[in-house]
Design a protein around this ligand. Structure first.
Ligand code: G6P
Length: 366
């Protein structure tokens, strides 16, 4: 009810603003990287596996895609990520030394549970879940688990569950790296420090709300939007597009920016807002040339840049700067800005933000 909402207009907004606290809660008590964070038998399992298969649906699938970038880069373990409803019905090649990781806010999604059982029926017996509900079917079904502490999420469009999943998946990344001898003590300490600082870093993104609201006025008048990202921010572009379509009903799609020229560039006109995630990373120069391709066709760029990426506002180019460049954890900050953009755009369009049409919070039937 209204009392629970406090100063917020919707659960979604409240849940977006809870993220500093729930990320802190999810990482509470993590004083060092150790396999036991995932269960008593985790060390033995992590030693045995030589690949990871992630199964999930919806927003949870996008946290899995982000984790693929992290795990392959930091832990050097090959990862495949599959949409649960596809995986359960296709012929795939099982490998016994696989760590099967399901990701689920509810722990009750029918397709994800069925995909897990399918993987097990193919002889893949090492299972781990990243889940927000400790008493769920998913946690009961998996030998290993990490429980995110997002708390109850009411808004159908997932926000805090996603970022807490990312926090847990980053811990998994570091743990697999350690077990495989790819994490020095100095690296461990630096990563832990960055993780502990996340609540403060997220709060500084939340403080951008007024600037993002100003953009949402423009967005509310559009019927289409394109989201671009590269590398580990490509899944964040996908999640940003999903948030926008779920609650504002604006058709949105995401593309890895390098793929623009192979199709979506044909859609770019003055009517097309192009949201670009532009962290100051190794791909920034490549991304800038992708942005040029959009500008040359009159597309309107809305860029989330880092404080130190040299991109300045101009004709057809709007820039909001995120306060800090955050290395590997940067996806967690950028997605918060995209959540706010979707929220305020939906608000401006007057849709039912917490209960978008045709969607359910938890899909427990096929
Ligand atoms: C539904 C929800 C999404 C969620 C997806 C997967 O579609 O509306 O927000 O991402 O289910 O749910 P899960 O509980 O498995 O993460």
């Amino acid at each position: 009810g209204a009392a629970e909402l406090g100063p917020y207009r919707h659960y979604m907004q409240k849940e977006i603003f809870e993220q500093p606290r729930v990320i802190g809660d999810t990482l509470e008590g993590v004083t060092g990287i150790m396999p036991e964070l995932f269960g008593d038998s985790a060390y033995k399992v992590f030693k045995q596996i030589d690949r990871v298969l992630i199964l999930a649906c919806g927003t949870s699938y996008y946290s899995g895609l982000t984790a693929k970038y992290w795990i392959e880069s930091v832990a050097k373990v090959p990862v495949s990520v599959e949409i649960a409803s596809e995986y359960r019905y296709r012929d795939s090649v099982p490998h016994p030394n696989t760590l099967v990781v399901t990701i689920s806010q509810s722990g009750e999604t029918a397709d994800t549970l069925a995909a897990l059982k399918h993987a097990r029926s193919l002889g893949m017996l090492h299972t781990l879940t990243i889940c927000n509900v400790a008493t769920s079917a998913m946690v009961r079904e998996c030998a290993l688990s990490y429980i995110t502490r997002a708390g109850v999420e009411v808004g159908v469009a997932s926000t805090k569950a996603f970022t807490t999943q990312l926090a847990a998946l980053f811990l998994l990344t570091l743990t697999l790296a350690q077990v495989n001898g790819h994490l020095t003590e100095e690296e461990e300490a630096a990563h832990l420090k960055a993780m502990r600082h996340l609540p403060v870093a997220i709060a500084s993104v939340l403080a951008l709300e007024p600037q993002i609201m100003a953009w949402s006025e423009d967005f509310a008048r559009k019927e289409n939007a394109l989201f671009l990202g590269r590398g580990m921010h490509y899944p964040i572009a996908l999640e940003g597009a999903l948030k926008l379509k779920e609650i504002s009903y604006i058709h949105a799609e995401a593309y890895p920016a390098g793929e623009l020229k192979h199709g979506p560039l044909a859609l770019v006109t003055e009517e097309m807002p192009v949201v670009t995630i532009a962290p100051n990373d190794a791909l920034i120069e490549k991304l800038k040339s992708n942005m040029q391709e959009v500008r040359a066709r009159g597309g309107q760029l809305f860029v989330f840049a880092d404080v130190d990426s040299r991109i300045t506002s101009g004709e057809g180019l709007h820039v909001i700067r995120l306060p800090e460049h955050y290395g590997l954890l940067s996806p967690i900050l950028h997605v918060v800005a995209l959540q706010l953009l979707a929220y305020h755009t939906a608000l401006a369009r007057g849709t039912d933000v917490d209960k978008p049409r045709n969607l359910a919070k938890s899909v427990t039937v096929e």
